[in-house]
Design a protein around this ligand. Structure first.
Ligand code: LLP
Length: 450
């Protein structure tokens, strides 16, 4: 995060707070969030997109994708910065509601929402439910009918066939995966016949239901995207579908969501997508497409998660053991074990994600060694940082900081090996505040019914 500096004696400081103080007060491992940095990123995305889209004569809403990391405080922060909150489960929805975010500023996603989740969303008056299948259209309509209130505001999530993102598991708009309704292909069973795409079928189905109000079309193409071209290709496909629907029915839907996925830097030397640049590029491309199609621009929305929370967080670990291992090629790799691991950051094991670690409690002039930072879990894939140069005198009791863990760290944490999950601590102007407390073994045992 931008708030990370080194003090005079070489120890790392987050937003002015010495990590040794943090570790002494909060214990390790701990997720540390720089509040000002997270807020600044939220604001930056909102302002960049607002400006760029105003230039082409339309508006944009920025939703923070809560799956990256959501707590009551974080929901409040992003809302204070003028963002809305995108939720993908009842748990995220409840968290945003507890933060006091008004229902109209919330969206609900999910490819298999339960009736209970749909019910809570309607009760809260969410601004939009993003529908992901034909079956769900009936489900939301039935829930809205049972309530007998206003029609439920829905968007249809479509897949544009665009391949984007850092890893197969996090790329979401190609055909052979579970999300969305295809723009391109006929429904299975009618392939080869002239017929509507699943996306068009779904849009028509929503228009036919008086219990539903069709807001627009949603497309999310993937995550950790560093090549901006996918966004413009997807936007063209969505705007084209919108124009086709208008031609067919006379209904020109008001809104188009272009999803999240803006990539960040995990390693020194990597370059994140620049919000100003991507906003301008997308805005000018949608302007051109709309002119080509002869349709006015819709209002847009986007859903960044990682790019807001990710760089604002780091994980602080304590070193427990240091073990040099002789490799087949004669080199030595120093295995540095820390007090967390794959239970607080599954991304290296799940996606082969790369991270960077630094010695945090001091600086050292010792010759660097080839190190691998590993956790305390009972498998060899329990790697925190595959490869990093650390000072050769790194030792038990040292603190290591792993950068850019603010997104998809705590939110994907587990209790593997019955390890309690670390706290999330926010730092602002030199002062720490616990956002989510450390789990204890007692918490875990409290679930165990004997
Ligand atoms: N909107 C929708 C509909 C999404 O599915 C996602 C992410 C986002 C927005 C936010 O994407 P972001 O801006 O954070 O890239 N666990 C994986 C990432 C999974 C992303 C799932 N959907 C990881 O750790 O890389």
């Amino acid at each position: 995060s931008t708030g990370v500096t080194r003090g005079d004696d070489g120890a790392l400081r987050v937003a002015g707070l010495d990590v040794r103080t943090l570790a002494a007060q909060q214990g390790t491992p701990a997720y540390v969030l720089d509040e000002a940095d997270l807020r600044r990123r939220a604001r930056h995305y909102r302002e960049a997109f607002e400006q760029a889209f105003a230039q082409v004569g339309t508006g944009v809403d920025v939703y923070y994708a809560g799956k990256a990391f959501l707590s009551v405080a974080v929901a409040r922060w992003v809302h204070e910065e003028g963002l809305r909150v995108d939720t993908s489960t009842g748990g995220e929805l409840a968290t945003a509601l507890r933060a006091g975010v008004p229902g109209v500023d919330l969206g609900l996603h999910g490819n298999n929402k339960s009736d209970a989740e749909i019910e809570v969303a309607l009760e809260a008056g969410v601004g939009r439910i993003i529908v992901d299948s034909l079956v769900e259209i009936d489900r939301v309509a039935a829930a809205a009918r049972a309530r007998g209130a206003e029609p439920a505001p829905v968007m249809i999530r479509v897949t544009t066939g665009v391949h984007a993102g850092g890893h197969e598991y996090i790329s979401t708009a190609h055909e052979d995966q579970k999300f969305g309704l295809s723009i391109a292909r006929g429904a299975p069973g009618v392939d080869g016949e002239p017929g509507d795409s699943p996306a068009m079928t779904a849009l028509l189905a929503v228009l036919a239901r008086p219990e539903l109000r069709l807001l627009g079309i949603h497309s999310h193409i993937g995550s950790q995207i560093l090549d901006p071209s996918g966004f413009t290709v997807a936007a063209r496909a969505v705007l084209t579908l919108r124009a086709q629907l208008a031609e067919r029915t006379g209904v020109l839907v008001d809104e188009v969501d272009l999803g999240g996925g803006y990539g960040i830097a995990y390693l020194p030397g990597e370059v994140a997508l620049d919000p100003d640049r991507i906003a301008k590029e997308v805005a000018s491309s949608v302007e051109a497409v709309a002119a080509e199609l002869g349709t006015p621009l819709p209002r847009f929305s986007i859903e960044p998660g990682r790019s807001i929370a990710g760089p604002a967080g780091l994980t602080l670990y304590a070193v427990g053991t240091v073990k040099p291992v002789r490799l087949d090629d004669g080199r030595v790799r120093t295995y540095v074990s820390v007090d967390g691991g794959m239970s607080d950051n599954i991304r290296p094991a799940l996606y082969g994600a790369q991270y960077h670690a630094v010695l945090a409690d001091r600086v050292s002039t010792a010759e660097p060694v080839l190190a691998r930072v590993v956790g305390k879990h009972c498998e060899s894939g329990d790697i925190v940082v595959h490869e990093v140069q650390l000072p050769g005198d790194v030792q038990a009791g040292d603190l290591l900081a792993v950068a850019a863990t603010g997104a998809y760290g705590r939110s994907m944490a587990s209790n593997y090996n019955l390890v309690p999950r670390p706290p999330v601590v926010a730092v602002r102007e030199g002062a720490a505040r616990v956002l989510v407390r450390r789990e204890t073994v007692e918490d875990l045992l409290a679930l165990d019914q004997g």
